[in-house]
Design a protein around this ligand. Sequence first.
Ligand SMILES: Cc1ncc(COP(=O)(O)O)c(C=O)c1O
Length: 374
Amino acid sequence: MKIDQFEMERMQSTWENVVEMDMSESGVRPVTLREMAEMGLDLDAILNMPLGYSQSNGTIPLRESLAEIYPGATADRIEVTNGTSEANYLLALTLLREGDEVAFEVPNYMQYGGLPKSCGALVRRFRLRIDRDWEPDWDEFDGAVNEKTRLVYISNPNNPSGSVLSEDAMWRIVRRCEAAGAYLLADEVYLGAEIHCERTRSFWGMSDRVIVTSGLSKAYGILGVRIGWIVGPKDVVGECWGQHDYLTIGPNKISDAVARVAVKAENREKLYARTRAILQHNLPIVREWAAGFGGLLTFREPRAGALCLMRYHSDTPSYELCERIRVNQSVLIVPGVHLGLEGFIRLWLGGKPEFLSEGLRRIGGELRKEQVRG
Ligand SMILES: Cc1ncc(COP(=O)(O)O)c(C=O)c1O
């Protein structure tokens, strides 16, 4: 199976541990095992844990706790995976065949920009419009979804804009999927990472065509344990389990134990509150910094997620600009072109304040050269 390079992931994998400052992330700085212990993780039990295989679709207690988050869901409608990315991947393997189409929102996390093609499916893009407060371009959306569409992929809250769809927009997307007989794959890994606004509504329950993926990496701040999940119709979830048997069998046992603690209602709320506090503290730092560039930088503030998508007003391609920042300042950020949107850069909002300020200072040094050129 041939697959196009996932540009952003490859760029991050190549440089994130080489540069002095990695500001290409999109989740908040990670929670420690000690913090997990303070929330009830039994570290002694982990020391005595036989390192065997775990239940391959997620332990029953974990799936039962997850089911409580999604009203009407039951443990047999949930597959626990190695991160949200594996959840999305299993769904492509399960649902997509030669000749199918996928409607894909941009800007976005570009996994579904490249993955469907490797399954023989055609990707049709539709834009979120910054000039319409990041609502979808409805003409493009209607054009992208047709009777061949097997699946519509969106991330909500969205990576990289940090925008959240209105309820009207959500219903419009759901109804169109129903009419076309398509599944809606709602990647909700940023749900719970709202900065000032209320909790994002889940697509779960709006239609039986809805499949939700999510995980611990972003709103929970628990990236390294690599836990994600799928919630969906029983038959689809069952087939994903079949794909999982071939791919990685299942998630790791220690990670399942960490996840069981993290997703308990009281801990989930604590972790979301930690994320919110980090983002509420950091957003004004970025706001003030961006204002210092006159008209060179503009941005719509993110409503959720540890990410800040900024438009820069110069002709330099985003990849070239980010490469210059990496080479000259040893700071890694994401070029818009890796997110389906040229002329933008994505900065990380989830670090310690002093880290953020120093990173912004270095990025600013390079951006000022754009001002001089302009
Ligand atoms: C929308 C979206 N989905 C999935 C992922 C991958 O998440 P995970 O670490 O849970 O595999 C990312 C990572 O940036 C993302 O932005």
